[in-house]
Design a protein around this ligand. Sequence first.
Ligand SMILES: [Zn+2]
Length: 292
Amino acid sequence: MIIDAHTHLYAEEVITNPVKFARKQKEDHWLQLVKPVKGKALQSWADRTEMLSQMKSDGVDRVILQGWYWENPDTCILQNDWYATWIQQDPQNFIGFMSIHSEIKDPLDELKRRQDQGFLGIGECHPWLQGRSPKDKVWFECMEFASQAGWPVTFHVTEPVGHDYPGRVPTPLDDFLWLAQEIPNLKIILAHAGGLFPFYELNPKIRSDLQNVYYDLAACPLLYDAKLYRKLIDVVGCQKILWGTDYPLRIFPKTQKRADFCSFKDFLLQETKLTENEAHAIFGGTLLSILP
Ligand SMILES: [Zn+2]
C-alpha cells in the first residue's frame, strides 16, 4: 500500500480559470503561489480523473487530499464540499482532510459535519496567514476536537531561514512546540520536512514532547538537498516520516512537464537506499497507523 500524505485537488472551475476563481473568492495569497507575477509557475493542474489515472500508472494506492489555508472562510467551506463529494466517490483512493478558518460561522459544527461525511483530519493549515495562531481560542478548540477524534492535523511550515519568495509568511516553530505540549495526544504533521524542525528533536529536553509530531516530505525536492532524507531518518526515525509530493506541483521542474508521483517515489528510493522496513513506514505504514 503506497500512500501520498500531501496532495491537493481542485474543482473544474479552478482548473479552467484560476485567476477568475481567486478574484471571485478573494484569494490573493493562493493566486500569488499558483500564478506568480515573476518567475516560472511550478503549479500544474489535474482534475479528479487525471489524478486517479496518474496514481494508477505510478503505483500509488491512496492519497490524502489536503485542504488549503484559504483567506476567505467561505472558500474553506467550498473546498470541504468538493472533497466531501470526492471522498464519497472514491473512498478507496481519497482520504479527506478539511480546510478550517477561525471565522467560519460555527467551526465546531463544521468539524462535526465533515466528520460525519468521512473526513479523517484537518489540513493543510496556516493559521498565521489567516491572521491567527494555534493559541487563538477558536483554533485551540478545533485542535482539541481533532485530538478527541483521533484526527491528525497537517500544518504548512515555512523554514525560518531560507530563500525569500512572494507571499512568504512565517510559521513560528515555537507555536508547534507549544501546541504539542498543550495537547500531547494531538497528532501533528508538519509539512515540507517541518522546515527542518525535526532536527530540534536532537534536544533531549524537548524530544519527549514531540512524540506525536510527524513530518511529511511534500515539495522537499524543490527545497532541500537529497542528503536530507537519510539525515531525517537518522534523527527522528522512519516512523515519523511520511512521503508526500504536493501533487499537482511540479517538484522536479527541470524534468517534469506535468506533475506525477513516481518521480519523487523513485528518487527517494534510489537516493536514500531505504530498507524494506523504512520504505514500508515512509510510503504509508506510518500514516495508516495514525489515521483514526
Ligand atoms: Zn504547504
